[in-house]
Design a protein around this ligand. Structure first.
Ligand SMILES: *[C@@H]1O[C@H](CO)[C@@H](O)[C@H](O)[C@H]1NC(C)=O
Ligand SMILES: *[C@@H]1O[C@H](CO)[C@@H](O)[C@H](O)[C@H]1NC(C)=O
Ligand SMILES: *[C@@H]1O[C@H](CO)[C@@H](O)[C@H](O)[C@H]1NC(C)=O
Ligand SMILES: *[C@@H]1O[C@H](CO)[C@@H](O)[C@H](O)[C@H]1NC(C)=O
Ligand SMILES: *[C@@H]1O[C@H](CO)[C@@H](O)[C@H](O)[C@H]1NC(C)=O
Length: 442
């Protein structure tokens, strides 16, 4: 008996020792699996690995993450009009959510779209109880926010080629600059400085075709509008739609530009979109974009074919909250929007790829208009799961305070805000010379 057991003990030991030794590994794997299922399901890591970090850049994730919750799951903020409309738009596109529409309290009627949504909504006061207490620009926005189709008044046909040779003659960089009708001075300065159209030399002498277009709504001053028409005849770079050119209508410039782009300039490789009161070192920007392109980021289709489609770079702002003090230009009442803004590149100046612009047009049709244009871009990027790249040389909030007297002359930047082109073009050899130095340290 004993010898029998002894015989079996050896066998038991032989078979079970490995099991016992492997036990910690099993436990480790199980715990890891549970952890991954709990925390990894949001998928932020796989998405991020797809992105690229250019030299001297940081992904915005290093500063703060995108909200990980997908917008579909966002809690229904009953009090906030934008959130409810967005929820309803999502439900239209998603049959699972459709069944949860009952969550919206009865008695509140929210329209999503009727026709093209361009007749004014006089019943808005029933869906937004504090409507009459809102500042004028918010009221104007809310009454017209279902409308995003406005006729073109001036359509510059020669900015890009659209004929059979369109692809070969496409601009490498298209500058799309937000300006207002009366802003003649800045447009003139931009044409003569950083916004020159034609083959522009980068720092190391490579030439790329740059084209320019100004984005405008209309003003009430007919005299100014007439002058603008003359300006357009002369330069052919005015793109104007028929809506009031106000701060809360700036988002229309984005969505209408995204709509114009595939028809008139579909092959542009990069788009710069920015304000008129900035200064851009275009040759340095070309250098930077050329380096990105050459780094196998997107020219090397075999490795990561979709990188070009996710390229957007700027001064990325993370975890911003809506301004709640009614005196400010950016005031967004709680009755309109609740929650944090997604990460967004500041609207002062941002560069994205042409192929991303095509995707933005598509996704923007599923995102309800928001009155602040750069936040709206962030909302669209979030839906595309595209993470904007933060670049420290995009100084959309001006130079750091303790700068020397002539910051333009002595600062490494690609873009700076609150400097008129005149101010910066007088500021030293580094700005004027076509060969700019562009060390881009983080
Ligand atoms: C090229 O891109 C990779 C990531 O895709 C990055 O690690 C590397 O630093 C980049 N190199 C240059 C010279 O930009
Ligand atoms: C909304 O405004 C209209 C007129 O603009 C008015 O007739 C109506 O009574 C208002 N409704 C509410 C609930 O205040
Ligand atoms: C935007 O433009 C439309 C059309 O001109 C106008 O009705 C609306 O009031 C404007 N919105 C804002 C916020 O100014
Ligand atoms: C694409 O990337 C591979 C590996 O990174 C490299 O060997 C190859 O030269 C690249 N091709 C081009 C056209 O850049
Ligand atoms: C430029 O910056 C350097 C170092 O910050 C400083 O020594 C120099 O005086 C500055 N030059 C001008 C013209 O401000």
């Amino acid at each position: 008996m004993a010898s029998c057991l002894y015989r079996y003990r050896r066998r038991i030991l032989f078979f079970c020792l490995p099991c016992i030794l492997l036990l910690p590994i099993y436990i480790y794997i199980s715990i890891s699996l549970i952890y991954v299922m709990k925390h990894g399901a949001h998928g932020s890591h796989p998405v991020l690995e797809n992105l690229f970090t250019a030299s001297g850049l940081r992904l915005s994730r290093d500063l703060a993450p995108h909200p990980v919750k997908s917008s579909c799951k966002s809690e229904l903020n009953i009090g906030a009009l934008w959130n409810i409309i967005q929820y309803m738009m999502d439900s239209q596109h998603n049959p699972i959510l459709k069944t949860r529409l009952a969550a919206i309290p009865p008695g509140i009627s929210y329209k999503i779209e009727s026709g093209n949504g361009c007749s004014p909504d006089y019943e808005i006061n029933t869906t937004m109880p504090d409507f009459f207490t809102l500042p004028t620009q918010m009221k104007d926005f809310v009454t017209s926010m279902y409308c995003r189709e406005y006729p073109l008044i001036i359509d510059p046909l020669d900015v890009c080629d659209v004929g059979p040779l369109a692809k070969n003659r496409a601009p490498w960089l298209l500058l799309a600059i937000k300006t207002q009708s009366a802003d003649f001075v800045n447009r003139k300065a931009i044409r003569g400085t950083w916004g020159r159209s034609g083959r522009i030399k980068s720092r190391d002498g490579r030439q790329r075709l740059v084209r320019r277009v100004f984005l405008l709504g209309t003003s009430k001053d007919l005299h100014i509008e007439e002058e603008l028409q003359l300006e357009s005849d002369k330069y052919g770079d005015i793109l104007q739609w028929e809506f009031m050119d106000t701060f809360f209508n700036l988002t229309l410039k984005d969505v209408l530009f995204w709509d114009w782009f595939p028809r008139r300039c579909p092959h542009a490789r990069f788009i710069f979109k920015g304000d008129t009161d900035i200064f851009v070192r275009t040759p340095a920007l070309l250098d930077y974009l050329l380096a990105e392109e050459a780094n196998g980021s997107f020219s090397n289709g075999s490795r990561q074919p979709n990188k070009m489609e996710t390229f957007v770079v700027g001064d990325v702002i993370n975890n911003a909250a809506p301004m709640r003090s009614s005196g400010t230009k950016y005031y967004i009442p709680e009755s309109f929007f609740k929650g944090l803004y997604p990460s967004y590149p500041s609207g002062g100046g941002v560069v994205y790829s042409g192929s991303l612009a095509h995707r933005l047009l598509e996704v923007s049709q599923k995102v309800h208009l928001f009155p602040i244009d750069d936040v709206y871009l962030g909302m669209c990027l979030q839906r595309l799961r595209v993470f904007p790249i933060h670049h420290p040389a995009f100084l959309t909030f001006d130079f750091p305070k303790d700068e020397p007297k002539e910051p333009c002359a002595n600062h490494t930047f690609l873009l700076v805000h609150k400097r008129s082109p005149a101010e910066c073009s007088n500021c030293g050899p580094k700005c004027q010379s076509p060969v700019l130095n562009a060390e881009m340290q983080p």
